[in-house]
Design a protein around this ligand. Structure first.
Ligand code: NAX
Length: 328
């Protein structure tokens, strides 16, 4: 049988962590044949809560779970890790300026990048969920010079899944019939969900919708502001759906995307589609043999170009800001 894959989850005692860990233990992250060993990282004040979750994980008697270890030290938590899910982050609190937010997160993602560089397994794959996810991923990546840059990714899969669901609803189609939708740019309100290359049951989705007003005034803002809609309804931010998206992101990266489809991942730009090299921006990607590739050759119309450029400009500003703060 296969040796267990080490999976590190930061922010393990948080609400996404709680929704995520049981699905990892049940085999949904890597598949039904892959045993996993969990390594949970928390801040000292939350270690006790993480220990409580570990008790519950034990009570799941998951056949694929080879053990759970808890740490409050990043170096230890990332030692030998194959999959690193960076969920814990410093949220924006009242009165906090963007520079304060970036700086506080720099204090988390710089040491975590260093710890990944120092001790993670050679095949480590990193997914940053904690916001501002793209720029946090950039910070971590810039402190891990020995890890191939493309192993650092950030999560726009929740946005992708939200967009697929909204489009399916509009077209009265099952979600499984929606393909080739793309989230471009930053995981923020500036993100651009693109349906111009999307397909519904093999036909072009934008043509099937044929309603630019719906696209510009309902669909795009609904997807971009879905997080706020969830907070308004639930009284708490998205947790299970975010955990679900993190599972999808890693599952596809490791096991591939389905034939004739692609997904959205924020990955270091190679300059494709005019996105400045090195920015961690969301693209359409195909995953195969454990690797992802940015889908090439898509025609970008005027409607899309403006929106992609605006979101990418925001990422470039964030990169400038963290450079100024000495975080990268
Ligand atoms: P919670 O506040 O419930 O949990 C965060 C946990 O992280 C806490 O237990 C905290 O103790 C821990 N933590 C803080 N600093 C840490 C550090 N240095 N090392 C280890 N753990 C640390 O937040 P939750 O709702 O779970 O959300 C986590 C993050 O995901 C937030 O930054 C949130 O903004 C972000 N999200 C990102 C999404 C995306 O699509 N990329 C969507 C969902 C979510 O909003």
């Amino acid at each position: 049988t296969q040796a267990p894959v080490n999976v590190t989850v930061t922010g393990a005692a948080g609400q996404i962590g709680y929704a995520l860990l049981f699905r990892i233990a049940s085999g949904q992250l890597l598949g039904p044949d892959t045993p996993v060993k969990l390594r949970l990282l928390e801040i000292p004040q939350a270690v006790k809560a993480a220990e409580g979750t570990a008790l519950e994980l034990e009570d799941g008697a998951f056949p694929l779970l080879a053990g759970t270890d808890i740490f409050d030290d990043a170096k230890q938590a990332f030692a030998g890790t194959n999959i690193a899910l960076l969920v814990g982050a410093r949220p924006r609190t009242k009165g906090m300026e963007r520079a304060d937010l970036l700086e506080a997160n720099g204090g988390i993602f710089k040491p975590q990048g260093e710890a990944i560089n120092a001790g993670a397994a050679d095949d480590v794959r990193v997914l940053v969920v904690g916001n501002p996810a793209n720029t946090n991923a950039l910070i971590a990546q810039s402190h891990a010079p020995d890890v191939p840059a493309e192993r650092f990714t950030a999560m726009t899969r929740l946005d992708h899944n939200r967009a697929v669901a909204q489009l399916a609803k509009k077209l009265n189609a099952p979600v499984s019939e929606i393909r080739k939708l793309t989230i471009w740019g930053n995981h923020s309100a500036s993100q651009y969900p693109d349906i111009f290359h999307a397909e519904v049951a093999g036909k072009n989705a934008a043509e099937a919708v044929n309603d630019e007003k719906w696209l510009a005034e309902e669909f795009i803002p609904r997807v971009a502001k879905r997080g706020a809609e969830i907070i308004e309804a639930r009284g708490a931010s998205s947790a299970a759906s975010a955990a679900n998206a993190a599972i999808d992101h890693i599952y596809n990266w490791v096991n591939g995307t389905r034939e004739g489809d692609w997904t959205s991942m924020a990955v270091p730009s190679d300059g494709s589609y005019g996105v400045p090299e090195g920015l961690i921006s969301s693209f359409p990607v195909v995953c195969k043999d454990g690797k992802y590739e940015i889908v090439q050759g898509l025609e970008i119309n005027e409607f899309s170009r403006t929106r992609i450029d605006a979101s990418v400009a925001e990422l470039a500003e964030e990169r400038e800001a963290v450079k100024k703060l000495g975080l990268i």
